[in-house]
Design a protein around this ligand. Structure first.
Ligand code: ADP
Length: 629
């Protein structure tokens, strides 16, 4: 019999398969089952209009037959089959998209991954088999054909006997090696597991004859084996079932099985969309952040199915970064099974799905916030930081989407653990209030005790307490909310004083110019200016900042490993009503050395109040002791 050559491109693909370093050789089964299912689909649709098909609709099935002695695994279907010409065309040439990715990059490492992600159909059989035999009879044909190949060398086609329409593919498995135990593919448990993992939702039964034990009748402890046909797949995917038929328990169980998280999820979101793209989605919000969530090892993504067949374990393009904590899957009828990753990225359908998922996740969270505050706060504690990063990232591109999902601690809350939304803050604003005020620091206690926060509170305004590192960056990116500017109590003009107060303060500042110049000289390089401030009530001194960088942002940025150290433009502010101010004025004329010491002391105190490190704790301590003796 004549040995035929594969087309050049197919040959390269085959070569790649055979020498694949990719570890997930198991996916060949998914590919064969999926082809079988497609073939049945074709005949099934015929049967809807054509009585001559012969096979009854409930007889359509796929069979797996492992044979340990022969070391073969056979996958059989009673689908449409192939004619000699189709065999030649379909199995002699690679004509699908998977090969495009292969052509564009010839690096094996890269490609090994592509194989794993998308499969390349039939040829993947050669990842596990040394010889593949296809026996097939097309619907409407009297002749059956046998196709055989041992890989790159080529293939043969001949006629053969086959009673029924359909295809039977037999893999002679490769010999076991230290790394790869191919004979596992002959084990019932393994096959059952693989079908569950990849093909559970194939809509035709996948059957296998399994051996079980039963008690021999009339005996107490004697068992005998018997065989029984088992259907390995559930056929209807959970996400295609009707919402009303499913219980929370079922959703949760599915989540545990699928995503290996044994804590119940906080909520699930089950949707069917039939707009411009048709898809089912089942999404979960976990109750806790995975241990690696806030590291760069965490991989976001949803499982992607094309019509019930999983084509990708983690499709990152389906989730925006700010919702990277969402787990789940999408199943769309509009995607092709053999789409490659590179194409997926540009896929219009996929982008539409991603957009609509983003919207529904947002809406679901907004709903939760409204209807179950306690649960939302639980969510917030786990993933709030991610949303705040979301506001900050991309130059605020997503701030509109996310701003109403944000929570902050606040002086308006009953206790330190309480949270407020920006909308709630605004609803409590006093009529004359122009800004949304916030204080930033390591903890609520610290924020609350900031002198400037005290003053703003005393005027009757609420102050948000920003305690997360990312908070102030996010808030700066927001800029305003409901047309109210967000304002740091420790920076710039708070807009709290009347025009008269302001003028009075300016006059006092001008009068003390000599003093402040002198103090500034002492603190050269540390502060930009020294001045009197309306920001202080009981404290003698505080630090504020000018410009974009606040003191707390400076603290956060300088805590990050590596990177250049930054410094905010610091202003040392004094309380004109505090007796210390009088002392300083007196020292200007009486004792300039002492004035310098006191200036340094005041500066160090201001640093302490702000939660910034004092520059020379030993000198500070000595100066305090000198004062005491
Ligand atoms: P794809 O399924 O992406 O087209 P494959 O390499 O898996 O690529 O298969 C190539 C073609 O061979 C299929 O499109 C189909 O026409 C045919 N084929 C494969 N398996 C079967 C089968 N079990 N029954 C009928 N036709 C099949």
């Amino acid at each position: 019999m004549e040995q035929k050559q594969f087309q050049a491109e197919s040959k390269r693909m085959l070569d790649l398969m055979i020498h694949s370093i990719y570890t997930h050789k198991e996916i060949f089964l998914r590919e064969l089952i999926s082809n079988a299912s497609d073939a049945i689909d074709k005949l099934y649709f015929r049967s809807l209009t054509d009585d001559g098909v012969g096979t009854k609709r409930d007889e359509f099935c796929i069979e797996l037959r492992p044979d340990k002695e022969a070391r073969t695994l056979t996958v059989t279907d009673n689908g449409i089959g192939m004619t000699a010409q189709e065999l030649e065309q379909n199995l002699g040439v690679i004509a699908h998209s998977g090969s495009r990715a292969f052509k564009s990059e010839n690096d094996l490492g890269e490609n090994a991954d592509i194989i794993g992600q998308f499969g390349v159909g039939f040829y993947s059989a050669f990842m596990a088999a040394k010889r593949v035999t296809v026996r097939t009879r097309a619907y409407g044909s009297d002749t059956a054909y046998i196709w055989q190949s041992e890989g790159v060398e080529g293939y043969t086609i001949d006629t053969c006997d086959k009673e029924t329409v359909g295809t039977e593919i037999t893999l002679e498995l490769l010999d076991d090696t230290d790394d790869e135990h191919y004979s596992d593919f002959l084990e019932e448990y393994r096959l059952r597991q693989l079908v569950k993992k990849y093909s559970d939702y194939i809509r035709f039964p996948i059957r296998m004859e399994v051996t079980r034990q039963r008690k021999v009748e009339g005996t107490e402890d004697q068992y005998e084996p018997y065989t029984e046909t088992e259907t390995l797949n559930s056929m209807v995917p959970l996400w295609k079932k009707n919402k009303n038929e499913l219980t929370d328990d079922e959703y949760n169980q599915f989540y545990h099985d699928k995503f290996y998280d044994y804590t119940d999820p906080l909520l699930h979101l089950h949707n069917r969309s039939e707009g411009t793209v048709t898809y089912n989605s089942l999404l979960y919000i976990p109750a806790k952040a995975p241990f690696d969530f806030y590291t760069k090892d965490y991989e976001k993504g949803l499982q992607l199915y094309a019509n019930g067949v999983m084509i990708m374990e983690k499709c990152a393009d389906l989730l925006p970064d700010h919702f990277s904590f969402v787990r789940g899957l999408v199943d769309s009828e509009d995607l092709s099974l053999n789409i490659s990753r590179e194409m997926l990225q540009h896929d219009r359908q996929l982008r539409l799905i991603a957009k609509s998922l983003e919207k529904s996740i947002k809406n679901e969270l907004a709903k939760l916030l409204k209807t179950d505050r306690a649960k939302y706060e639980e969510f917030w504690k786990a993933f709030g930081v991610q949303l705040k990063y979301g506001v900050y990232e991309g130059f605020g591109a997503n701030k509109e989407l996310l701003q109403d999902l944000l929570l902050f601690h606040s002086s308006g809350c009953e206790n330190d653990e309480g949270f407020t939304t920006l909308a709630e803050y605004v609803s409590r604003m006093r009529e004359d209030q122009k800004c949304i005020y916030y204080a930033a620091g390591e903890s609520v206690t610290r924020c609350r005790s900031l002198p400037a926060a005290e003053l703003v509170r005393d005027k009757g305004y609420e102050v948000l307490y920003l305690t997360d590192r990312v908070d102030e960056f996010a808030v700066k990116m927001l800029g305003q909310y409901a047309e109210k500017e967000l304002k740091n109590v420790s920076a710039g003009d708070l807009g709290l004083e009347s025009e008269e107060d302001k003028t009075a303060l300016e006059e006092k500042n001008a009068a003390a110019k000599e003093l402040f110049d002198e103090m500034q000289k002492t603190l050269e390089g540390k502060v930009k200016t020294v001045r009197l401030s309306g920001r202080l009530k009981s404290h003698a001194v505080c630090l504020s900042s000018e410009g974009q960088l606040s003191l707390d942002m400076e603290r956060v940025l300088n805590q990050a490993p590596g990177g250049e150290k930054v410094q905010a433009e610091r202003v040392l502010e004094l309380n004109p009503e505090h007796p210390v101010f009088g002392t300083l004025q007196r020292l200007l004329t009486e004792d300039r050395d002492k004035l310098a010491d006191y200036t340094k002391l005041l500066y160090q105190q201001a640093l302490l109040i702000e939660g910034l490190p004092v520059e020379d704790p030993v000198a500070l301590s000595r100066m305090i002791c000198d004062l005491m003796v």
